[in-house]
Write a protein of this length. Structure first.
Lengths: 263, 398
């Protein structure tokens, strides 16, 4: 796989787990936490972020080339792992961008060590339960066809969906493994940690929720309710984008993000 | 050879297949009429009693949220059968312990029914088919690991008699395990495990439990049994693998005439045909290895149900070794052919009722099998044989 020239890949051991870590660019550090799709360094927003910041992007355990020990089964486990990553990389204070389940992960980290987080950007994040018990906040993506999932995720599924037919066996196996790890981490309780909403008040970092206007997984009311649980949080919307605005509107995404981070 | 009458207690009175997305998990239960369901249970239990009267043992299983097998709590039906039968062995195959949250409770249920039946229980355990994942809200990842830990804990609960022990494992925790009653059979009921893969069969062989495989046909079954035997030998259990360690499940219909058998066989095909399930329920993430899922993403697998149903004729499934159907002589020859091909097996699990096969039709086949096929199997395929033999092809083609 070819990476943008700026991004370097290494394997580092954290708590005995081999973690794939991408790093590149100059400037103040920005920790990027990917969503269920995994981190794909070829995607155009990656290069845009690395042009202005030192981008640090791990593949979570069980994603990409990172290991997955039997003991690990929660977003909370990974949050502790990345506090260790911040120690290792001497990141006393860092901005974090987290997408989808990476947003959940970023919020968990920020509740554990609020003083180490500069700014927090949560892109279509999951992680809390906002609505009533008899209605799923996040649709059950494992009980619907891949076509329907694509329609919920993307503003323009025809343009944005991955073309599996063109991929190598290795790439497809990575996608399948990413999906498996997503199930492991999010299955029950579905896409949330019931304790997280009781901890979010600890976050001190200015927080921006970014939601694609066509996101079929994370609704506007979910994001609004999530933001109310964090003391200094705002919500913004990106038009003509779904659950992954960094993919469907990379220019607008980086513009909104940097406007927040550099304000 | 031992034979077992197996019924999935299906509910066949469904709308046309085109009217629903899936026969499992999501089919609304407004399609289930409890009065019709009650009548079905009456007749299915009666069919098991007929099997017992004919010297055939009894087998049942468990599935959830599906019309194909309306037995979501098999230990309950097992308890009912324990009271309306007297002599038959009662095989539950099986308890889906990767999806059960309390293995100790499963140990209690099996011990209880073992006592209730005066020691007639054969306790089977299954990982559970993929469609059980959503119904059980069970994490599809690490089902093999949960299965293994649960089984160890159950056997320990059955065989510990000196007061409480504790278990603090990876998946299950229990501080005071001390089940009452303990099992009737000593040290515990025979354990059966179903797997359809060679890697799974290796593990079962190493443990020495009875290995059942379902509808794996000629070559698939041979591979599973070879793996079982390899696992058995490598674990130091000896060179000879007893034939009573191996079981095969097939659709069976025995008629007095070819025409009668063909009519029954066509009806019993419901078991194979009525299985419309979309891919998201058939292939939950983590149930199969990522490499297998990659092939699905690429589209190499396609709609298995549509592909299989289109090709599934009575002749095709007989030729594949999934079904034995015909006159007693024909059915004997079909069983013999498979038996020789796979190196023998000690248990024939007879899927003897499915779909719209009526009560009298089901009973006729049970009796035709028991009276005109089974005696030859018992005489020629003894329970004390050693599995894994080879038969020259010309002799195998009876």
């Amino acid at each position: 796989m070819a990476y943008p020239a700026a991004m370097k890949r290494e394997m580092i051991a954290l708590a005995g787990i081999e973690i794939e870590l991408f790093e590149g660019g100059d400037g103040s550090p920005l920790l990027f936490l990917h969503g269920a799709q995994g981190f794909m360094p070829k995607q155009s927003y990656v290069g845009q972020l690395a042009q202005r910041r030192r981008l640090i992007a791990p593949s979570h355990p069980g994603f990409g080339a990172s290991g997955l020990p039997l003991w690990l089964d929660s977003i909370d486990d990974i949050a502790h792992l990345y506090l260790e990553l911040m120690d290792r990389k001497r990141l006393d204070r860092v901005d974090i961008v987290g997408c989808s389940l990476g947003g959940w992960l970023a919020a968990e980290i920020a509740t554990k060590s609020p003083e180490r987080i500069g700014k927090l950007a949560l892109v279509g994040p999951v992680g809390v339960k906002i609505g009533p018990p008899d209605k799923l906040d996040i649709p059950d993506i494992f009980a619907m066809s891949q076509d329907k999932v694509a329609r919920l995720i993307f503003h323009d599924p025809e343009k944005s969906r991955l073309d599996f037919a063109d991929m190598s066996d290795e790439e497809l196996t990575t996608i399948a493994r990413n999906r498996e790890t997503t199930a492991l981490l999010t299955w029950e309780p579905w896409m949330h940690n019931p304790k997280l909403r009781r901890r979010l008040h600890r976050i001190t970092a200015p927080t921006l929720f970014i939601r694609g206007a066509s996101d079929g997984l994370v609704s506007q009311s979910y994001v609004d309710g999530y933001a109310k649980l964090i003391p200094n949080a705002k919500v913004t919307t990106i038009a003509a984008a779904g659950h992954a605005p960094q993919l469907e509107q990379p220019e607008e995404f980086t513009r909104v993000l940097f406007a927040f981070l550099e304000a | 050879m031992k034979a077992w009458h197996f019924s999935e207690t299906a509910y066949p009175y469904l709308p046309p297949e085109s009217d629903y997305e899936s026969i499992r998990v999501s089919l609304p239960n407004r399609n289930y009429d409890p009065k019709k369901g009650a009548a079905l249970y009456d007749r299915f239990i009666e069919e098991w009693q007929v099997a017992e009267a004919e010297g055939v043992n009894i087998m049942l299983n468990e599935h959830h949220q599906t019309a194909t097998c309306v037995d979501p709590a098999a230990p309950l039906l097992l308890a009912a059968l324990a009271r309306v039968t007297k002599t038959a062995r009662l095989l539950i195959l099986g308890n889906p312990i990767a999806n059960r949250r309390q293995p100790v409770r499963v140990a209690e249920e099996m011990a209880f029914v073992d006592v209730l039946s005066h020691g007639r229980i054969e306790a089977g355990f299954v990982r559970g088919v993929p469609y059980e994942i959503s119904a059980g809200n069970s994490n599809p990842v690490r089902t093999n690991e949960r299965f293994a830990e649960a089984l160890d804990l159950i056997i320990k609960a059955w065989t510990s008699h000196d007061g409480p022990f504790s278990h603090e494992g990876r998946f299950f925790h229990h501080r005071q395990v001390n089940i009452w009653p303990r099992p009737y059979q000593s040290p515990h009921p025979p354990v059966w495990i179903s797997t359809t893969t060679p890697s799974g069969a290796m593990r079962v062989g190493a443990q020495g439990f009875v290995q059942a495989t379902f509808l794996t046909g000629y070559d698939g079954t041979r591979k599973v049994y070879d793996s079982y035997r390899r696992g058995w030998r490598e674990a130091g259990r000896g060179q000879d693998v007893p034939i009573d360690r191996l079981a095969y499940a097939a659709l069976v219909y025995v008629g007095e005439s070819e025409a009668e058998a063909r009519a029954g066989a066509e009806k019993i095909m419901w078991y194979i045909r009525a299985n419309k399930v979309p891919q998201h329920f058939s292939f939950p993430p983590g149930y199969a290895p990522p490499q297998a899922f990659a092939r699905i993403l690429r589209g190499d697998v396609g709609d298995q149900h549509a592909n299989f149903s289109a090709k599934a004729t009575v002749d095709a499934v007989i030729n594949a070794g999934l079904m034995m159907a015909g006159t007693p002589d024909q059915v004997y020859a079909q069983i013999r052919k498979l038996y020789n091909h796979v190196g023998g097996f000690g248990h024939l699990l007879i899927m003897g009722q499915a779909g719209f096969l009526e009560h009298d039709e089901t009973v006729r086949s049970i009796r035709n099998f028991a009276r005109h096929v089974f005696p030859r199997l018992k005489a020629e395929m003894p329970d004390n044989a050693i599995s894994g033999f080879s038969v020259a092809p010309e002799k195998a083609a009876v």
